[in-house]
Design a protein around this ligand. Structure first.
Ligand code: PLP
Length: 386
């Protein structure tokens, strides 16, 4: 634990990613480097493949890239698109916008269904739009970290049952913290990153590839690609190798993280995320920060709380950091000033969120916000946890 010279409080990383790394995982990343193409590495990659597939809810191969989440978002598109092909983007926040932007940059013709931020895409609207054109891909974000809204992937997947359209999903901030059933929900490519619910340092990206997607990826008439070429990755994945030098240390971390997740049990991990996010959200509401967006699609890996006027998010984030050494997020988009975001992903406990709420109350009070009663945030969270 680090402390800043001016603060007696331990440094608390409470962002919706990157998140604080559990000690056993951090230690794993410090193991001596081994031959990235030797037998020991193949054993590691085999175990990762076996343990990570249930998190995607797939039996399809999961490819590994030395890339951040955005890198694998790009990988999912560059491998299936040709310039001029049509893409349907369901955007309901910053990362949905980014996904659409990547497709545009690759030369696709992108139609966007824009939902109100905080609300999930409406499957009925998507169904109607699918009748208007032949889309190569439908792209969306599973857990929109900028707003805290979760997309009903099963409902969207059902719409694609008898279509050639590929279903591509960014679950960078969802996977490992919430249920994902790629095969059952007919998702063709799911991408994720290491630094969120997978509890590792940033830098690793994963992409799972369905048989339907693979047939398109194997075509030679797709966008130009080299490092992110999934054909190379698919040619090596069954041998438990990577096409290029893999980030060995990060993979040691992922191996340990996956072991920890399976020791706890996937249903238990998901239930813990739900319980803690519900409690943190209840605490924020009690402090006078209403939950942002539609409660029916509220995330369990990030809590997004509205900041009422005349307060603004910036001073809250700053006060939490400068006084309590606690790093929470505001927004880097049109919600700037209007929301604060706190991660509930990874190996966090009740103590973490009760501490968040205690510091949040003190920060709000210091900034002139009148909380209804002392300790009401913590009390509401405890009531929710019971
Ligand atoms: N998608 C979502 C939902 C995210 O939350 C993030 C990062 O916060 C990204 C994509 C981009 O990932 P990265 O910052 O690792 O490129």
């Amino acid at each position: 634990m680090t402390t800043s010279p001016s603060s007696p409080y331990p440094y608390r990383l409470r962002l919706p990613g990157p998140i604080s790394i559990p000690e056993r995982i951090r230690q794993a990343t410090a193991r001596p480097i081994i031959n990235h193409r030797g037998p020991e590495m193949r054993v590691v990659l085999e175990e990762i493949q076996r343990l990570i597939q249930p998190l995607f809810g797939t039996k399809a191969p999961v490819l590994t890239f030395g890339a951040s989440g955005t890198g694998v978002m790009e990988a999912s598109l560059v491998n299936v698109l040709a310039p001029g092909e049509k893409v349907l983007a369901l955007a309901h926040g910053q990362f949905g916008d980014r996904y659409a932007q990547i497709a545009r940059e690759l030369g696709a013709e992108v139609d966007v269904i824009e939902s109100e931020w905080g609300w999930a895409p409406d499957p009925a609207v998507v169904a109607a739009k699918l009748e208007t054109a032949n889309y190569r891909a439908l792209i969306t974000v599973h857990n929109e970290s900028s707003t805290g809204a979760v997309t009903d992937l099963a409902a969207i997947g059902r719409l694609l049952r008898d279509r050639d359209t590929l279903f591509l999903v960014d679950s960078v901030s969802g996977l490992a913290g919430m249920e994902l059933r790629q095969d059952e929900w007919r998702v063709d490519i799911v991408v994720t990153g290491s630094q969120k619910a997978l509890m590792c340092p940033p830098g690793l990206g994963f992409a799972s590839v369905s048989e339907k997607a693979r047939k398109v990826i194997e075509r030679d008439d797709r966008c130009p690609r080299f490092y992110l070429d999934m054909r190379k990755a698919l040619a090596t994945v069954d041998k438990h190798e990577t096409a290029f030098t893999c980030p060995v240390s990060l993979l040691f971390g992922i191996q340990e993280s996956l072991r920890a997740i399976h020791e706890e049990g996937l249903p238990q991990v998901f239930a813990r995320h739900k319980r803690l996010s519900d409690a943190l959200r209840a605490g924020c509401v009690a402090l006078g920060l209403p939950a942002f967006g539609d409660p029916a699609s509220a995330s369990q890996t990030v809590v997004v709380a509205s900041v009422p006027e005349p307060l603004s998010a910036g001073p809250i984030v700053k006060h939490m950091y400068e006084t309590y050494n606690t790093v929470i997020a505001g927004a880097r988009n049109k919600l700037n000033g209007r929301v604060v975001r706190i991660g509930t992903m990874g190996q966090i406990s009740e103590a973490e969120i009760l501490t968040d709420l205690h510091y949040l109350e003190l920060s709000l009070t210091a900034l002139g916000h009148k909380v209804p009663a002392p300790g009401c945030g913590v009390a509401a969270a405890i009531a929710s946890l019971r």
